[in-house]
Design a protein around this ligand. Sequence first.
Ligand SMILES: Nc1ncnc2c1ncn2[C@@H]1O[C@H](COP(=O)(O)OP(=O)(O)OP(=O)(O)O)[C@@H](O)[C@H]1O
Ligand SMILES: [Mg+2]
Length: 373
Amino acid sequence: MNDTSPADKSKVLIVDDNPTNLSILEEILEENYLISIAQSGAQALSITEKFLPDLILLDVNMPEMDGFETCRKLKSQNDTRNIPVIFITARVEPEDVVQGFKEGGVDYITKPFNHSEVIERVQTHLKVQQLIRQLESKNVQLKELNEIKNSFLGMASHDMRNYLSAIKGYSQILREDKKELPEETKDQFLDFINKSSENMLKMVNDLLDVSVIESGKLQLDLQPESFKELINHHIMINQFFADKKKIQFQSDLQDIPKCLIDANKIGQVIDNLISNAIKFSESGTTIFISLKEEEGKLVFSVKDEGPGISDEDQAKLFQHFQKLSARPTAGEASSGLGLAISKKMIQAHEGFLSVDSQLGSGATFWFEIPLKK
Ligand SMILES: Nc1ncnc2c1ncn2[C@@H]1O[C@H](COP(=O)(O)OP(=O)(O)OP(=O)(O)O)[C@@H](O)[C@H]1O
Ligand SMILES: [Mg+2]
């Protein structure tokens, strides 16, 4: 009837002072369960210290410690509290049955017992126990997810409030003091408003990406693309910000035949790696960008001469909302989402994203993806 291996079998402890009862119960249950037996309440308690059963069949009338007292002790200990106890006894008075349930038993079988009934009851309570365990572990998982979500919302709204406050503040001054303000100041305020709304839009887009990724609905639109062109496009977009910080690009990009990628998503990763290199480096430094093909894989890297990343920070780098020790060197926006999203985008392409860095010696972020032509 049961073809589970011994390791998968549920463990049942049978407790009875009568050896004949013990061997009958053992015989009817041993085919499907791992059985251990005890001839007294004290022995049962000592066995549960080494062998934690999934269910206990417990006689009531035993010398010294009876079944009710044994059950009470089991229910008072953390390790054994949740093990279902079925009383199996010759005591058939209604008040005995009631006491059995009051002591924490889940069921009460009277002797002489029907073999099939014992098997069915044991099976039912083991199933219920298994469902309870699953429910408990789901609850723990849900609690953790809820905490992550709360901290996520907290951080997102904190950043967004900063952007909104800037937009509100500067637009209010512009409206109230329009006439007195010099043209130059007005332009500057408009720039602040524009920059803050851009940052906020990027953040909202990042959050949407995170929610798509987390719900497992990230879909790739794979098209044959030239990787070199894609990189050059993103170098060009970032050139303006690099120039502002007097940061130079040096690129070494191998010509690689068109390959199947989702250019929007890979473009987002390239952009985040290049913009991070600019954002966290001091002016006057150089950023090295390389693309090559290696053993059927496409390898892209961005190396900077910035502050580098400690081992401790590297462990957190690819998680959501990680703004680490390196801070933007020219007041750029930073929400700590870029690398977490990038990692998932690369994984969706069956590749991986990683970093080599030592504190004080710059960082090299690189990813490789299989070359699909
Ligand atoms: N090249 C780098 N050198 C040093 N530290 C870096 C580098 N790139 C990332 N970091 C650190 O890792 C953190 C996370 O980077 P990530 O790209 O995820 O977020 P961000 O750039 O702060 O914000 P955004 O969501 O706009 O990308 C950064 O805040 C920074 O502290
Ligand atoms: Mg970033």
